[in-house]
Design a binder for this molecule. Structure first.
Ligand SMILES: Cc1cc2nc3c(=O)[nH]c(=O)nc-3n(C[C@H](O)[C@H](O)[C@H](O)COP(=O)(O)O)c2cc1C
Length: 217
């Protein structure tokens, strides 16, 4: 293989979350049932830095990326102790018509992200979007505790049966919560096979506007 070319991001919007939304729409046009995952790193007093995969939930009305969690997780405790986070979102195959006909890999990175917990008044809306399996886990599974599989499975099946018989929606447990990320910079990196990636970085200005520029990778 003796190929090399340089990737180029063209026609990008003024707002970073608008570009993120374009990428998400392109992924879902191609695969409607697909989920988007984020890598979330937090500051941890035992391991210094700790990361994990979390599910991308959406964008808030004030244009911040959202994720949901449980108040008994380590990521929640970490964020409450130090709200600074690092987040990446990897989309391995994106066919975005404005970027050419072939699919590209994209990475979105949130730099200098501060996690802000949403007020109680906004949590039901995010709870209502959760899958049934996630709602059941959040309601009856003891996250982080050693468990007996058969007991847990029986508990799950019984709960599911009662839920279906009741015909009532599952109430949000007090442990469920969600955060939005207030971000200093967004990186959008686009690359194809045998290419050198292009990267567009959005930098938040003091006035609140975004300045976008190509940055070498
Ligand atoms: C595909 C996938 C999606 C996940 N989504 C979430 C999520 O949205 N929120 C969350 O708190 N944990 C999520 N988890 C679990 C975390 O990766 C992690 O295991 C959990 O938060 C406990 O880690 P912690 O103790 O560092 O918080 C997900 C795991 C996987 C594999």
């Amino acid at each position: 293989m003796n190929e090399s070319s340089v990737s180029r991001i063209v026609d990008y919007p003024d707002e970073p979350t608008a570009l993120l939304q374009q990428l998400l729409d392109a992924v879902r046009n191609h695969q409607p049932e697909s989920q988007i995952y984020m890598n979330l790193a937090t500051i941890d007093d035992e391991f210094t830095v700790l990361n994990r995969t979390v599910l991308y939930r959406g964008i808030s009305v004030d244009k911040c990326v959202i994720y949901a969690t449980q108040r008994f997780t380590r990521n929640y405790k970490n964020i409450k102790a130090n709200a600074k986070c690092a987040v990446t979102i990897l989309m391995p195959v994106v066919s975005l018509p404005s970027q050419g006909s072939t699919p590209f890999l994209w990475q979105v990175r949130l730099l200098g992200a501060t996690a802000v917990e949403l007020p109680e008044s906004e949590l039901d809306a995010w709870w209502n979007r959760e899958s049934l399996s996630a709602k059941i886990r959040d309601t009856i599974f003891p996250c982080g505790q050693p468990v007996d599989y058969d007991e847990l499975k029986a508990k799950h099946d019984q709960f599911l049966k009662e839920y279906r018989a009741s015909g009532k929606p599952l109430q949000r447990p007090p442990t469920f919560t969600a955060f939005k990320f207030e971000v200093q910079r967004y990186d959008f990196l686009k690359v194809g096979l045998n290419q050198i990636a292009d990267r567009v970085q959005y930098r938040r200005q003091e006035c609140g506007h975004w300045q976008a520029m190509h940055v070498a990778t």
